[in-house]
Design a protein around this ligand. Structure first.
Ligand code: SAM
Length: 216
């Protein structure tokens, strides 16, 4: 069964788009998109031979010839011209930035990115590139993950607060986002009981202001 993290990413893919899943590994997400009729064609990109063989095995086992297409590629270097949507998930910020820096973002309708580390740095990269954050989700799957949908459409730089917490998340304030903030707040308070550092006090008061809607 698909993890909640991958399921929530799949939910952000509009129907009938041609998707390129960068770093597909076992091709779990592409198979789900195809088998649930969300997509008719998905490219599963991989830089490593072992995972690429997993993709080829999935094509054979699930009879997805011509619909699930393995591509040996560093990031989007070998992405075909008909790709609409790019997914980059389950990797660290530095790998994701390397992939984004080496592609022509304007070629694609939108990206769905989920970084396992430094989500704020990823938003800063998006902001510094002048791109637009179109949607965001916090997902709980043992840990809290954040999924960002962005496009290369021009946008003015985001504020520091938006970069840290997400412009769409701050606006929408949905249940999972609030639970995530409360979790962060509890952890910071516990650490600060021992550390007692001014920078922790600042973070705590920043999160409390967002949670309790005080003016910032
Ligand atoms: C941890 S798996 C993530 C699998 C899946 N995307 C997910 O979200 O669960 C990371 C995969 O990305 C691949 N990978 C890492 N860097 C890559 C790059 N520059 N281009 C393509 N694939 C890459 C690795 O070989 C590995 O299979």
């Amino acid at each position: 069964m698909l993890s909640n993290r991958l399921l929530q990413i799949a939910m952000l893919v509009e129907r009938n788009k041609v998707v390129f899943d960068v770093g597909s590994d076992h091709a779990l997400l592409p198979c789900f998109l195809l088998e649930n009729g969300i997509c008719k064609k998905v490219y599963a990109g991989e830089i490593a031979e072992g995972p690429l063989n997993n993709v080829k095995e999935a094509v054979r086992r699930k009879h997805l010839e011509g619909r699930l297409i393995p591509v040996f590629s560093d990031g989007l270097a070998k992405a075909p011209d008909d790709v609409d949507v790019v997914i980059i998930s389950g990797m660290g910020y530095h790998t994701i930035r390397h992939i984004l820096q080496n592609c022509e973002a304007e070629r694609y309708q939108y990206f769905l990115v989920q970084s396992n580390t430094d989500v704020d740095l990823l938003r800063k990269y998006i902001s510094d590139s002048g791109y637009t954050i179109e949607d965001e989700r916090v997902v709980f799957d043992g840990f809290y993950y954040q999924v960002i949908r962005f496009s290369a459409d021009l946008h003015e730089p985001y504020t520091d607060l938006q970069i840290k917490y997400g412009p769409v998340l701050l606006k929408r304030r949905d249940e999972v986002f609030i639970a995530y903030l409360k979790d962060r707040l509890d952890k910071l308070k516990r650490i600060n009981e021992c550390a007692n550092k001014p920078e922790f006090d600042e973070k705590i008061s920043e999160i409390e202001k967002i949670l309790y809607n005080k003016s910032m």
